[in-house]
Design a protein around this ligand. Structure first.
Ligand code: HEC
Length: 170
């Protein structure tokens, strides 16, 4: 009985301590303050698990069709992704995106780590607590998001020259 009362009292003290810490303004929300490594690790693991757990839609057509990949390259270059993730030649991201934490994912790595369905879900839904916007919310169609997925999936084997000519041609 005594032990139970002790555990109960301890839980109440911890809860009050946490409330004072978070609501009393002691927790630092500054983007330029690092999280403890274990918090970053937990958040990245939660992101990966959540993306894998929610991605259910399958590609409507082949993602290797050159016309689809080109359309995706153009969409990628025009709707804002480059600002944060950069374009293949010289990275090319906007300077301010270096102030984002977590840093925007390297899409050449993501092309291998995530399935097409997972990429689609992440781009359409966005990712909470990162700077990654929901492009579904921003009004981009599913069809256009799939072309971007095709582009990302083909990124690892794409030359800078291909990218440059594709985004230039109408
Ligand atoms: C304002 C900056 C910003 C813009 C614009 C942006 N992203 Fe992101 N993106 C991020 C950040 C930050 C992350 C989180 C990094 C991480 O997952 O480790 C992210 C994550 C991702 C991921 C990985 C998601 C996962 O599974 O973990 C993909 C794929 C992605 N972005 C693709 C895109 C595409 C495609 C566009 C354009 C349609 C885009 N992003 C636009 C900042 C941005």
């Amino acid at each position: 009985m005594r032990i139970l009362a002790f555990i109960g009292a301890l839980a109440i003290i911890v809860a009050i301590g946490a409330a004072v810490f978070f609501f009393g303004g002691f927790y630092d929300v500054a983007e330029n303050q690092d999280n403890p490594a274990i918090v970053d690790w937990a958040l990245a693991s939660i992101r990966g698990a959540s993306v894998a757990g929610h991605a259910t839609e399958t590609p409507p057509a082949s993602l290797d069709d050159p016309a689809t990949v080109k359309a995706g390259a153009r969409a990628y270059a025009t709707i804002g992704c480059v600002n944060c993730h950069g374009g293949p030649p010289n990275a090319n991201w906007a300077k301010w995106s270096e102030g984002l934490k977590p840093v925007p994912a390297d899409l050449k790595v993501m092309a291998k780590e995530r399935t097409a369905s997972q990429l689609f879900w992440a781009i359409k839904s966005g990712i909470k607590f990162t700077g990654m916007p929901s492009f579904g919310l921003a009004g981009v169609s599913d069809q256009q998001i799939w072309t971007i997925v095709a582009f990302i999936k083909n990124l690892p084997s794409m030359s800078d020259e291909d990218y440059k000519t594709w985004i230039a041609s109408p």
